[in-house]
Ligand binder design. Structure first.
Ligand code: SF4
Ligand code: SF3
Length: 546
């Protein structure tokens, strides 16, 4: 076996990628990502020990560098982020160097305090593979270790976005270092790992709150906005991923160039931020979710900027696609200094749209501020029996055919129900007309996966308004998962005690039957079945809609 990875929903045969990733990750890239995680765990162990001796990192360490390196190491190993061996090598080398400094700072500190120094039970370089750990520990322990690892990767992705906009918290790093240290233990108990997984959910909630503050503090609260989803004649740049700051920089640099900027995938919600939509040449959205990019990017007559996941093999258009931040593909030009001139030049060189497309719009921008701004109306509609149920249908999208479930489910939701949606899974149905209930749109697009905090805030506010808890609300969550950010969000929902979540399109390969039993017993989590069956179970009847 030259590699092993089962961290995403797309994993080969629902069990694990072991020759090459279904995502396109090569064995070299996969093994380097394992090595990054391995080195990070050891570094985390020592940082946690330092934190136990004294507050903060250590006088000898550059704390900013420590924090940034930790976030980047975790985020770079998220599915569909970094496929470039050279860049992975450089991140790994930085980490090895940092690890050495951290260890020596710990040893110095321990000797200064007269404490006999400890060592990780599983140092970096030993018992790396999942198969080895399964043999040494047991399958359920490895399952929980991986849930924790993926939860941290997801939370780190959100934390990195928040940090870029100046929001971070030491509580978050402290947890990461503790959890990384825990992952170096030879005999962790089920209880401590389960506890750490739920704590990871709590920390992720904190991270998402920071990210919400970062985004809304910098660009204002999203407001309901009619977003054009067809092109306009002229030169064009398409921006995908999740990073608002890169989009803003690009918008500044394209001002007056005559180039229009379009959002793609998870960037769609950017069209609703006052601080971004003020740029008149942020013209609308083009295309759908990440897994359609090969066709959509090939047809797009301009240049493309990937600011984060999810990137796919850009064969056929590699000379006009660019990456920024942590995302990387071998041979694709990376913009590391914030100067997007090469992206603009490529757009000017390309054909551009020859004519306007037929005018079509959808409405976006229902973040917590916008929804809670009409809370009175919503509550009245519920009390008057006009709104019978809320469904949160969304999450990560992917390529599997079983994902039609979500399109069908949304279509079958009765007219007296409201659908809240978020993340790239929304593209399964967000261009359909769902109408409204007394002026309240039946489909409310909350935003990116990065805006899951908004969904939590809306649910908690509704529960407060009705004097109940979230589980007693007429609200059901029907979620799709694909990568590790979805794991982080799921852990947050579990930390909040939210029950009866329906999860699909298939359950993670890294969850063993015993761990699944715990989740079912404690949280009544269930895999999706068919839209009819699930709607019947939630509403008590099968809606008549075809
Ligand atoms: Fe396979 Fe997913 Fe891992 Fe890629 S990220 S190698 S598709 S399990
Ligand atoms: Fe999508 Fe990659 Fe996760 Fe942000 S863009 S939700 S999968």
């Amino acid at each position: 076996m030259s590699m092993f990875c089962y961290q995403c929903e797309q994993t080969a045969k629902g069990a694990g990628c072991n020759t090459i990733g279904v995502c396109g990750k090569t064995p070299d890239a996969s093994n380097l990502q394992d090595s990054i995680m391995d080195n990070l765990k050891e570094t985390g162990f020592y940082l946690d020990k330092i934190a136990q001796i004294r507050e903060g990192c250590s006088v000898e360490l550059d704390c900013n560098r420590v924090k940034e390196t930790a976030l980047k190491a975790l985020f770079t190993t998220v599915t569909n982020v970094n496929f470039d061996v050279q860049r992975l090598e450089s991140i790994n080398n930085d980490l090895v160097e940092l690890g050495r400094e951290v260890k020596s700072a710990y040893l110095n500190l321990a000797s200064l305090k007269g404490i006999s120094p400890e060592e990780p039970e599983i140092p970096a370089g030993q018992i790396v593979s999942i198969a080895e750990r399964k043999e040494l520990l047991n399958e359920d322990i490895v399952s929980l270790q991986e849930i924790l690892t993926y939860g941290m990767k997801g939370a780190a992705a959100y934390a990195d976005h928040a940090r870029i906009l100046g929001q971070e918290s030491d509580e978050v790093y402290k947890f990461f270092f503790y959890a990384l240290g825990l992952l170096t233990k030879k005999n962790p108990s089920v209880e401590e790992l389960l506890g750490a997984c739920l704590k990871c959910g709590e920390i992720n909630l904190k991270v998402m709150e920071l990210l919400d503050a970062a985004n809304t503090g910098t660009y204002g609260h999203p407001e309901p906005t009619r977003a054009r989803i067809t092109p306009i004649k002229g030169k064009a740049i398409l921006v995908s991923g999740h990073d608002l700051k890169d989009l803003e920089e690009l918008l500044k640099q394209t001002q007056g160039t005559g180039v229009n900027v379009y959002t793609h995938g998870e960037m769609l919600p950017c069209l609703a931020y006052p601080g971004l939509k003020k740029y008149g040449h942020l013209i609308g959205n083009y295309g759908g979710a990440w897994q359609d990019q090969k066709e959509e990017f090939a047809e797009f007559p301009g240049s493309i900027l990937m600011t984060t996941n999810c990137i796919q093999n850009p064969a056929g258009y590699s000379e006009r696609i660019f990456t920024s931040g942590l995302v990387a593909w071998p041979g694709v030009q990376h913009i590391s200094d914030g100067n997007f001139r090469p992206v603009i030049d490529a757009a000017l060189k390309a054909e551009g749209f020859k004519e306007d497309g037929e005018e079509k719009y959808i409405t976006v921008g229902f973040g917590h501020n916008a929804v809670l701004g009409v809370a009175d109306k919503v509550i009245e509609a519920v009390k008057a029996g006009q709104i019978k149920h809320f469904f949160l249908v969304g999450g990560c999208d992917g390529a599997k055919s079983g994902r039609n479930y979500y399109t069908e489910f949304a279509r079958k939701v009765p007219d007296d129900c409201v659908i809240l949606t978020l993340a790239c899974g929304k593209y399964r149905f967000n261009k359909q007309d769902f109408g409204d209930i007394g002026g309240i749109p039946r489909l409310l697009d909350i935003g990116q996966c990065n805006d899951a905090y908004s969904a939590v805030k809306i649910a908690v506010a509704l529960a407060e308004a009705f004097g109940t808890d979230v589980n007693s609300l007429p609200l059901s969550m029907v979620l799709s998962w694909y990568e590790q950010k979805a794991v982080a969000i799921l852990l947050t929902l579990l930390h909040l005690g939210i029950k009866n979540i329906k999860l699909g399109p298939s359950l993670p390969a890294f969850i063993t039957p015993n761990v699944l039993n715990v989740l079912v017993e404690k949280f009544s989590i269930a895999p999706v079945t068919t839209p009819d069956e699930d709607l019947k179970q939630i509403l008590g009847y099968v809606p008549a809609r075809i």
